[in-house]
Write a protein that binds this ligand. Sequence first.
Ligand code: BGC
Length: 908
Amino acid sequence: MKKRIIHIVLSFTTLTATAAPPTALQCEQLINPQGIDTRHPRLSWQLSADGNGIRQTAWQLLVASTPELLAKDKGDCWTSPKTTSDQSRMIAYAGIPLKSGHTYYWKVHIWSAGVSDGGTPLAFDTWSAPAQWSMGLLDPRDWKAKWIGYDSSFSWDSVSKFSRLSARYFRKEFKQPGPIKRATLYIAGLGHYIVSINGQPVGDQVLAEPPTDYTRNVKYNTYDVTTVCKTGENAIGVTLGNGRFFTMRPKYKPQKIKEFGFPKLLLQLDIEDDKGRHQLITGNNSWRFTADGPIRTNNEYDGEEYDATKEFAGWTNAGFDDSRWLKPQYVSSPGGRLTAQMNEPIRVMSTINPVSIHALQIASISTGDHPTPPTTWILDMGQNMAGWLQLKANGQRGEKITLRFAETLKPDGDLYTANLRDAKVTDSYTLKGGGEEVWHPVFVFHGFRFVAITGYPGAPKINDFEGQVVYDDLPAIGQIETSDTLLNHIIRNAGWGINANYKGMPIDCPQRNERMPWLGDRATGSLGESYLFGNGNFYAKWLDDIEESQKPSGSIPDVAPAYWNYYSDNMTWPGTYILVADMLYNQFGDLRPIQKHYASMQRWLHYMSAKYEHDGILTKDKYGDWCVPPESLQLIHSKDSLRNTDGTLIATAYYYHLLTLMQKFAGLLHQPDTFAKHAAVAKNTFNKRFLETGHYSNNSVTANLLPLCFGITPQNERTAIIRQLVQKIAANDNHISTGVIGTQWLMRGLTEFGHADLATQLATNKDYPSWGYMADQGATTIWELWNGNTADPAMNSQNHIMLLGDLLTWCFEDLAGIAPAEPGFKAIRMNPVFPRQLNYVSASYDCPYGVIKSSWRRNGGIINWDITIPPNAKAILNGKTTVGSGTYHYTLLQDSSLKKNATAKQTK
Ligand code: BGC
C-alpha cells in the first residue's frame, strides 16, 4: 500500500474562556457515596472552563467534619497545601484518620491557565461546590449486630435440584425517645434484601447486594435513613431472597455447585438524637420473622411466585400484629469479611413497552374433544432484554397469572425454550382481588424478548405490561454512529447485550440455567464495554471476586466468584485477571487494582509456569479459540478433538502477552522485573516451534494474528505473516473464522497492519458468519455462536457478548479515533481511519476529564473532522500534532487509499 500524506489544512475555532467551578466531584469514582470503607479515599474532579488549552496548574483540597466548617473554608480534617500539579484525578485523602460512620464534606480549589479566543493567556482560580462522602464501619468491632436467620426450610418449600424456597420476612419495632439528628442503616442481607422503615422503602436499588463468594467477602450497604425514622414508634422490615446465596440448584452436583446455606441477615441501625446520644437497633432474636408470606418461591433460574392473598398489609409499620411470627435463630456468619459495596448498585435502568400482544393459536390443542385450554397470550417486547415484566391486572381473589419467558418463538408461535436448558423461567402472580393490582418480581431476573401469559383475567391490553430493564447503574458514557446502518444496529445490539449481562458481576448470559461470571468472555470485552459504560468500579469489584477465588496453590478458576467449581488451569480464561487490571488503568487511570492484585497475579503466573511451562511453551489450554464458526474447525493433531487453532500456541502466546503486561505493572509499581527473562524464552521458543515459512502453525487466522498483535513475530517476518493473515481472510470470502480468542484482537490488528478496509468489511458483512448476520436475522443482542440460528439449543444463548471481541474498541479507537495515550485519557490518541466503506463517523466519549468528541465526514476527496478535547487533557493527532483542550475543525485531503499511520501535517 502506497504511503500517504494527509494534509490537515484548516483553522481551529476558539471560544471565549470563562472560569467555571470544577464539576463532577467524585470520591472513589462515585458521586457522594455513602458508607465507603477506604481509609484514604481518592478524590477527583473535572475542569469546566471554555477556551483552548485549559490546564490545571495547582489544586488545594479541603475536607471538613461539618458543612458549616467547609463553608467557612475550614478543613479541620484535611487542608492540603496548594499543590502545583495538573493532577485532577484520584488524589488520595491525606488528612487525620477517618472515623467509622462519619460524614465528610469536601471541596477543591483549582488554579488553571489557558488561552482566550484571540490567543491572550488566561489564568484563573475557582472553588468547586461542596461534595461529601460517609464512612461505613471500618472495624469489625463496630458491628454490634449478630447474624440472624433460620437454618431450615418450611413445609411448603422444597430443597431439591429445582429448589423452591420462599422469601423470609423479618421485622422489628422500636421506640425512638427524642428528636433525631441522624439515622444510618448498615445492612447485609444474603442473598438479596429489600428493606423498609415505617412503610417506606429504603433506597431504589434492586437485587441488592452484589454477589460475591460469601465465604470470603460479604458486601454491606449503608443508607442515610434520617428522614424515614421518626420520634416515637418505628418499625423496620426486611425481606430476604435467595440470590446466589441459597443457590438455584442445591442438592445437585455438589462437587460443581457451591452452596452457602439459607438466607441470613446482619443489620444495624444507628440513631443519633439531637443531644448526640446513640440508639443502636441490631438484628437479634427479639426480632420476628415468617416465611409464610406472598413470595412463595424465588429462584433466579426458575422464577418467582407471588401470592398476593398472603400479603400482610402494614407489616413494615409500627403496630402490626406479629404475635404469630417466629423468633429468628442466631446463625453462623457466612465466613467472609464484611466490606462496603464500592460499586454502583443495580437499579431499574429503563422501561420498555411491548410492541405486540396476541392470543396464541395452536391447532393441536384447541381442537378435538379436549376442553378449550386457557388462552395463552404472547407478548413481544421488541427487544431481547434482561430484567422483569411488570403487570397490571384486575380480577378475582385467587386467580393466578403465569408468565413464562423466552428469547425467541417456535414456528408454531409458542415460546422456544430449548436453549434455556432446565431453567423454568416462570413467574406467577395470584391476585388478591378488589381493584387494580400492579406487580413485578423482586428477587429474580429473566433474559427475554417474549412472554407467554396464561390465566390473565379478561383480555390483556398491551399497556398492562411494562418491561423493566435491570442492570448495574453504570453511567452511559459513549455514543457512536456511522454512515453504515447495519454497523449502527450491531453497536446497538452490543449495548443491549452488555447491559443484560451486568448483574453485580459480568455474567455470560441472562436466560438459561447458567448466568455465570466466566472470565474468558470479558478478557478484552471489558475494554470495549468501557467505551459504552463507566464500568471502572464494576470491574474493580470483579477483580476482588477473582482474587478471592484464587486457591492457595495460586490457581485461578474460569468462573469467579467460583459458584461453579472450574479450576481447569489455562491461560486464556484466568488471564482476564491481568487484562482487566490493565484496562482499568488505561481507561480510568486507576492504578489501585494493579497495586492490589499484583501479588496474586504474580502467584498465578508462577503457579502456571511451574506446572505447565516447558522451555517457554505453555502446554495447558482448555477452550481453544472457543466458538469459532463450526466449519472453521479442523483436526490439528490426530489425537485432539476438532479445533481451529492449536491450544498450545494460544496458551503460549497469551502467556507471553501476560508476562509483558506484568513487566509493565512491575515498572509502574517500582518492583523488580522478574518477567522479562521468561518472556524472552517464551518468545524465542514460540517462534521456533510454531513459525513456519510465511505463516504460523496451521495457518489459521488466530494462529497468525496472536503473535503479530503481541509482538512475538520477528520484525523481518511481519510482512509475510500479515500477507498470510489477509489472504486467509480473503480465502474465506472476507468473513470471520475466529472465535472468542482471535476475535479479541482481529479488528484492531487488521487496522494496525494497514487493513482498515478489510476490518470494516468484517464489521459490515451481512451474511454468515458475521455480527451483521445476527442482526439481519432479527437479533437484538449478540449471539453466543456465529451460527446462533441453527446451532444445538443446549449451547445457544441469544444474548452472550463474548463474540464481540474487540469490535467496540475498534469502533471507538480506530473509526472515531478516541483512545487513551496516557492513563485515563489524560492524553488522547486521535488517529482515526477513514475506511472507504464509510462516509461518516460521529462519536462522543465521557472520559475521566470530560467529554471527547470526534466526528468526521467524507465530502468528495476531502474529510472534514471536528474534535473536542476536554479541559486538562490534550490530544495527539495522527501521532504528530498535539493540541490542548478546545473544539477544533480540520479538513483532511486524501486520495482513495488511506493508510492508518499516515503522517499528518497541520496548518492553521
Ligand atoms: C459459557 C461461556 C464460557 C464457556 C467456557 C459456556 O457455557 O456460556 O460463556 O466462557 O462456557 O467453557
